[in-house]
Design a protein around this ligand. Sequence first.
Ligand SMILES: NCCCC[C@H](N)C(=O)NCC(=O)O
Length: 420
Amino acid sequence: MNDKLSSRALPWLVCALVAAALYGNYYVYDSIGPVADALQRQRGFSDTQVGLLNAIYNLPNVVLILLGGMLVDRFGAARVTLWTAAVCLAGAVLTALSPDFFGMAAGRLLFGIGAETFSIATLAVLAQYFVGGNVAFAMGLALSIGRLGSFSSDMSPTWFAAAYAQGWQPPLLIAAGMAATSFGAALLYWWLDRRAASSGKGPAVPQAQPFVLRDLLHFGKAYWYLLTLCVLWYSVILAFRSTFSIKYFQHVHGLDLATAGAMNSYVFLAAVFATPAFGWLCDRIGRYAPFLAFGAVLLPVAMAVMTLTSASLWVSTALIGVSFSLVPAVMWPLASKLVAPARFGTAIGLMWVAQNAGIGAANLVAGWLNDRAGASAQNPAGYEPMMLFFGLAGVVGAAFALMLWFTAGRRAHEAVTHRG
Ligand SMILES: NCCCC[C@H](N)C(=O)NCC(=O)O
């Protein structure tokens, strides 16, 4: 491998491949929402079953994320990225080809088992290759390309209208194709990493930082407020935007599938550009907690506008778009400021464990509420309990963000780096 490629271009080439792998992975994650209505009409799935297809992604990860972190430490980020991309591909193929609900759920389970560990491994890859600098920018960039995958999934009813016209299965086969692309990118990265390692030009692999239960005692109040916000905010945003929103737009606001998907997609599109921009802005002015609180408050406001007013869906979509761009841009850097660097792995691991439990539960509760109230195109009012549930969760999340701001996020607090 030539020296120039190793020293300058290699980290960015790795970043591009990781981003491409994340693109396919996020596309598959969001592929259920656009076919939710078709699954109900053509296969007779209830909303509880539709919710379960996404909940089953999260629930095993309540335990597996910790194991995934250990796998990355034990076998290295490159191998785990490749293995988990293969597991995700197998899951996506099984989901698309299954003749019944149980096979499909098994596919989504397999995909979930691979996907969250895959995400952790990709973060570890970037941390290794950008140890000399630009790590936050590289991570923000890769996350943005992942969001582009979510955007593409929501736009797929427009881009692949012919596939959607044939029913629920062709769109899921396209998702399986995206998983194959993600695997291809992971394979290419793994090959590049091996070549770099064998020529002595690979990244320095950092000392493993295992999950240490005792560390939790050292986290201050502000960390627990942030964790609670992380659980509630991601539960609302992902259970709503990635599972039920397209169907909700179709049934309650009378949009056709392509328009509903496009409306949902603008949230992700905004995040592609705005997340790194907000991150840059917060870094420049050195304030995080007020921006986090502002983003968190916008979510229940958007839910209220969507449910209680006759304002155009554009208004609530714009509000959710700002929230979806601002909160992740601030949450992860802020976490790194609230705990000592040596405990950062434990802090993030615990946030993702709780986050997965929350998103899984929110998908199940929302589906159950819709079924109980008979939510459908003929009974749009049946969606009200779900929206109330999401609204209340958003309000509690915003309250924790405000508490975080007032206890540990004032200007004087943020001027000093917390030592945890
Ligand atoms: N691929 C969608 C689920 C991502 C969950 C993951 N644990 C996470 O929080 N990623 C960061 C993000 O904002 O997507």
